[in-house]
Ligand binder design. Structure first.
Ligand SMILES: CCCCC/C=C\C/C=C\C/C=C\C/C=C\C/C=C\CC/C=C/C(=O)SCCNC(=O)CCNC(=O)[C@H](O)C(C)(C)COP(=O)(O)OP(=O)(O)OC[C@H]1O[C@@H](n2cnc3c(N)ncnc32)[C@H](O)[C@@H]1OP(=O)(O)O
Ligand SMILES: Cc1cc2nc3c(=O)[nH]c(=O)nc-3n(C[C@H](O)[C@H](O)[C@H](O)COP(=O)(O)OP(=O)(O)OC[C@H]3O[C@@H](n4cnc5c(N)ncnc54)[C@H](O)[C@@H]3O)c2cc1C
Length: 661
């Protein structure tokens, strides 16, 4: 049954919920990977709803940037006091969840403290360093951020300019920002809130540059919060979204930190100026891999937010007629609306399933690396680079479609979809710009094909083994695995096409870099198809592992929406494989699958179990009572505090009066 049904709800939504064929709590357990986490999310939402001081002081769209930062800080401080009684402090998921529930998605002063500041200390700090800082950070006696990107360079880490030069005589590193372009730029919470930072700077010992390394750096006085001498720091100004966060700039002038402040679990500088290499050249990048490994789940949830709003609203919005001319139809009954929304519901589920898988893979890698085995780093880097790129892009597309699916009201901030969009598409840029990351995955694909060309196919990892297969005929009546083969065909032929293009250019005498550049559009296409194949196969495997038969049935229906939509979407890449009759068959299967999923659409989004507080959307309210609340929302807009504004008395009225003369 749908657990969201309550008396007083909009009857159209109740009707939708009654037509659902499964239990939404059971589905939530599948979405969040365990009944325990799903249950904890519900309990935390419930507990938070009973604490008046944690409620929004006014709707976020009516707040200025300063008010958003103040509100985020107010709630962070209250939460810090209340957290021990509300969540399991050792659970990262519960910590992220409660902050999002209470503060929302627009960012807050501690947003990066948990995800980018504490993890490098925990994984790249020595035992002594952890003892010194980890407890303080966890108790929030200090607030941290992650300062890597510079005004002049973000993607190309080799060109970072900030230096940390070892001074043997004082046993200190001297930090400098030698140029305007070397100013750190963008780090979240740096602008006004953080007093410590992980700073990525080029390590220079005996005039030799060993490249970017992480340093633990105090930025502000712990009593006065004033910037310390030698530090220039401030906020970079308003952004497209995330305006509850104070992204900042940072410069150093001969700023000294003790030798012990370089995070030295992997790379080390000895007191006499010796340098000990890490076990893997890119181990210092592992904090980024961690964040990327979590992005599929995070982004899937952003998409889930937008779809919860659009699908619920589409069930109460009546516009136009089908056969019955006596009553307007729910817009959710239009095939175009279903085609706009249902494939995105499937993607949101798929992204979350992939996200939990990559989180698990990262956790395993972390254990391996701590035991000295770095062999899995390249695979996970390639996978998460592709996944963050495809998922963020498709999430952005899905959210924008959800906004348009809400018509005019979708454009109002009362829907809150534009904020979700702004926040989510930040992910196309942060943690590695999407094209750049697709090209990282492409390196891995090209290398894999070169292995095949060199007769070493048996050394290929399971994720790229399909590159060596030779599929040329498909029987499409067999279900998901046949669709997977279609996708494998598309991904494989594009990967070979792109690699052969690159190799041809090389063989024509072009430099490796130029050849790579001229093949790069084809290479990024190969990366996208490879990643979409991974998403599809993870979705199929996940559904296959579900035990509850009612849940499994509806997930198979959703999977059918996914596989038929995805294959139609890549039609151009499978022209050599599928006949036009087969394409027509798939197209029809897609339309049938939209109809099949229709009665469960509302229950599928209800299963994300995103509370009204967290959703912050008038259109997406659980009770579906949209119109009266839209009117209330508009009346509460600060512009309506007065009937006659100064803009009128000061300018418009005199203008009109003058024109009358
Ligand atoms: C689980 C439930 C979760 C629920 C959550 C729910 C809700 C969320 C709630 C709220 C959330 C709200 C908001 C979201 C939260 C936070 C988001 C907010 C803010 C975002 C914060 C953003 C932070 C940042 O952006 S930090 C800065 C990030 N910067 C980058 O990513 C820079 C990108 N560039 C690079 O990584 C590198 O420069 C490069 C592109 C990889 C190139 O590096 P380079 O050294 O030049 O190497 P190459 O020569 O290209 O390659 C050499 C060789 O090395 C291999 N390589 C590269 N990197 C790695 C690696 N990491 N690991 C392993 N190997 C690597 C590379 O492939 C190559 O190999 P080859 O030679 O064999 O080909
Ligand atoms: C909301 C948000 C939060 C952020 N938070 C942080 C933070 O907390 N800490 C931090 O350190 N940073 C942070 N950043 C910075 C972020 O990591 C960088 O913006 C990102 O890595 C991209 O780098 P860039 O801005 O230099 O883009 P650029 O590299 O300048 O990209 C510009 C264009 O050039 C293209 N391009 C660049 N290199 C190549 C290439 N090799 N091949 C092909 N095309 C290329 C890109 O595809 C893009 O189209 C944040 C950014 C945002 C938007």
């Amino acid at each position: 049954m749908n657990q969201s049904i309550k008396p007083g709800d909009n009857p159209d939504l109740t009707e939708e919920r009654l037509s659902g064929t499964f239990d939404t709590n059971s589905m939530a357990a599948v979405i969040y990977g365990s009944d325990k986490l799903a249950q904890r999310r519900r309990e935390i939402s419930e507990a938070v709803s009973r604490i008046p001081e944690l409620q929004d002081s006014k709707p976020c769209p009516f707040m200025t940037r300063e008010e958003k930062i103040l509100e985020g800080s107010r709630k962070s401080a209250i939460l810090n006091r209340l957290l021990p009684g509300l969540i399991d402090l050792d659970s990262f998921e519960e910590t992220v969840f409660i902050h999002q529930e209470v503060i929302g998605i627009e960012g807050h002063p501690l947003a990066l403290h948990e995800s980018l500041f504490i993890p490098p200390i925990a994984t790249q700090g020595t035992d002594e360093q952890q003892k010194k800082w980890l407890g303080r950070a966890q108790r929030r006696e200090i607030i941290g951020c992650y300062a890597q990107t510079e005004l002049g360079h973000g993607s190309n880490l080799r060109a970072l300019e900030t230096t940390a030069t070892f001074d043997i005589s004082s046993q200190e590193f001297i930090l400098n920002s030698p140029t305007i372009t070397s100013l750190k730029w963008w780090p979240g919470a740096l602008g006004k809130s953080a007093n410590w930072s992980i700073v990525i700077a080029n390590l220079i010992v005996h005039d030799k540059n060993h490249g970017p390394h992480p340093f633990m750096v105090q930025l502000r006085d712990e009593k006065s919060h004033e910037p310390l001498p030698g530090i220039t720091v401030g906020d970079i100004g308003p952004k497209m979204a995330f305006n509850g966060a104070d992204n900042g700039f940072l410069g150093f002038e001969n700023y000294r930190i003790p030798r012990e402040n370089m995070l030295m679990r992997h790379s080390k500088v000895t007191p006499d100026g010796g340098y000990i290499r890490p076990p893997h050249a890119k181990i210092g990048y592992s904090g980024m891999v961690r964040v990327r490994s979590r992005m599929a789940a995070e982004q899937g949830l952003f998409l889930a937010h937008a779809l919860t709003i659009a699908v619920r609203y589409s069930a109460i919005r009546r516009q136009g007629y089908l056969e019955d001319r006596s009553r307007e139809v729910k817009v959710l009954d239009y095939q175009t609306q279903q085609h706009r929304l249902f494939p995105s519901i499937a993607r949101a589920y798929a992204f979350i399933f992939c996200g939990f898988e990559t989180i698990r893979l990262y956790d395993q890698l972390l254990i391996d690396v701590q035991n000295g085995n770095t062999s899995g780093m390249a695979d996970l880097h390639a996978l998460t680079s592709g996944l963050k790129s495809v998922v963020t892009h498709q999430t952005g597309e899905g959210i924008e479609q959800a906004r348009m699916a809400c018509g005019g009201h979708g454009y109002s901030m009362a829907s809150y979809i534009s904020e979700i969009y702004g926040v989510a598409i930040g992910g196309c840029t942060y943690e590695g710009e999407n094209m750049v990351m697709l090209l990282q995955l492409a390196r891995y694909l090209v290398k894999s094909i070169e292995m095949i060309q060199n007769g070493k196919s048996k050394n290929l990892g399971p994720m790229v083994a399909y590159l060596a297969a030779n599929e040329s005929e498909i029987d499409l009546n067999l279900g998901p695995n046949e669709y997977l083969k279609v996708f494998q065909y598309a991904a494989r032929s594009q990967a070979w096409r792109a690699t052969e293009k690159f190799q041809k250019l090389r063989n024509s005498g072009m430099s490796k870099e130029q050849a790579w550049n001229q093949a790069s559009v084809e290479l990024t296409r190969a990366s996208r198809l490879h990643t979409r194949l991974y998403i599809m196969s993870t979705f199929i495997n996940h559904v296959g592992s579900v035990v509850d038969q009612k849940i499994k049935k509806v997930l198979i229906d959703l999977l059918n929406v996914h596989i038929t939509y995805e294959v139609m979407d890549i039609g151009i890449y499978v022209q050599g494989l599928l006949s036009s009759d087969q394409m027509d068959l798939i197209r029809n299967q897609l339309y049938v699958s939209l109809e099949t999923i229709r009665p469960n659409a509302v229950s599928l989004v209800d299963s994300f179990q995103i509370s009204d507080m967290q959703l912050r959307s008038v259109l997406g309210r659980r009770d579906g009572n949209v119109y009266e609340n839209l009117f209330k929302w508009a009346k509460s807009c600060p512009l309506n505090d007065k009937d006659v504004l100064e803009s009128v008395t000061k300018y418009l009225k005199p203008m009109m009066d003058k024109s009358k003369l």
